[in-house]
Design a protein around this ligand. Structure first.
Ligand code: SF4
Length: 283
């Protein structure tokens, strides 16, 4: 009997149960197993907690990890991109011109209007198979009314050319069309106000591949708060199109070592679009 009790107590200890309460009603009945009586009256963990603790103890004993299996990237974003579009009525016979007219020359739908000089709508081929989406215009873009024309823009042009394309072969735009003050990240209300125009632009152009440059573009389209490093460089589906998220060229200017990663991402895009390209590395 003594041995049995010791075995039981070791078992409960393995489960993490170390505090026991005596039965105040008196000594247990001779035929009643003491350990079972103890556990009945203990204020210990619930059955689920005990089972979990037992499972962990078993895993520790077998050397297996108790970590939750990783979610495949493709399953992180379901339904991919649908929610944002679901709340919008699709515009019949939409065109880029119509979208630009709907925004208007003096849009005040969000607070970014107060600091901008120019609304930067987008630039490139209306039939592009490849669309690059950034975050928002900077000072140079705000001054010229064109996306990606500053230092980061020059790097993007190099990236496009390294793929064997010209800027005019692709379409380039941003999540917000007006420059955020001090180039800060657009705020959620600003993204919400402006992103319907981006979604219409994508719908009208109907590209085969979307490349999100940086976290803001990726998070806006994918409707996620996950960090871009969790899905960068991996193909995702977005409303029947392929979407690749990679680093923003402005990030590459600050972290040139990341250019190799971006080049690998762009090579995947090239393969998807059947581009041979000069295949020179990003300098
Ligand atoms: S960012 Fe977009 S919604 Fe906001 S003012 Fe500019 S064009 Fe209008």
């Amino acid at each position: 009997m003594q041995k049995k009790i010791e075995q039981r107590l070791r078992y409960y200890e393995d489960l993490g149960i170390r505090v026991f309460y005596r039965d105040r009603a008196g000594a247990p009945h001779a035929e009643e197993p003491i350990a079972e009586k103890i556990v009945e009256r203990s204020a210990g963990p619930s059955m689920e907690e005990m089972l979990l603790a037992k499972r962990k103890a078993e895993m520790r004993a077998t050397g297996k990890s108790a970590a939750v299996p990783e979610v495949p990237v493709a399953q992180m974003f379901a339904p991919a991109g649908a929610s944002l579009f679901d709340s919008m009525n699709k515009v019949q016979d939409d065109t880029l011109l119509k979208i630009q007219q709907d925004i208007g020359p003096d849009c005040t739908r969000c607070k970014l209007h107060s600091g901008r000089h120019t609304i930067v709508f987008g630039d490139g081929s209306p039939n592009a198979k490849l669309v690059f989406i950034g975050e928002g215009p900077g000072a140079d873009e705000d001054a010229q009314g064109l996306p990606f024309v500053g230092r980061a823009g020059k790097l993007l042009t190099q990236m496009v050319e390294a793929m064997g394309l010209r800027r005019k072969d692709v379409y380039i735009c941003n999540v917000v069309k007006c420059r955020p003050p001090e180039n800060r990240t657009p705020e959620p209300d600003e993204v919400e106000a402006c992103s319907p125009y981006l979604l219409r632009q994508i719908d009208v152009i109907n590209p085969k591949v979307l490349v999100c440059l940086g976290a803001v573009a990726a998070k806006t389209l994918l409707q996620t708060n996950r960090g871009i490093t969790q899905f960068r460089g991996q193909w995702l589906e977005w409303r029947g199109r392929k979407l690749m998220a990679t680093y923003h060229p402005a990030y590459l200017l600050r972290n040139p070592n990341a250019k190799g990663e971006v080049w690998k991402d762009l090579q995947k895009v090239m393969a998807e679009l059947g581009l041979q390209g000069p295949k020179k590395k990003l300098s």
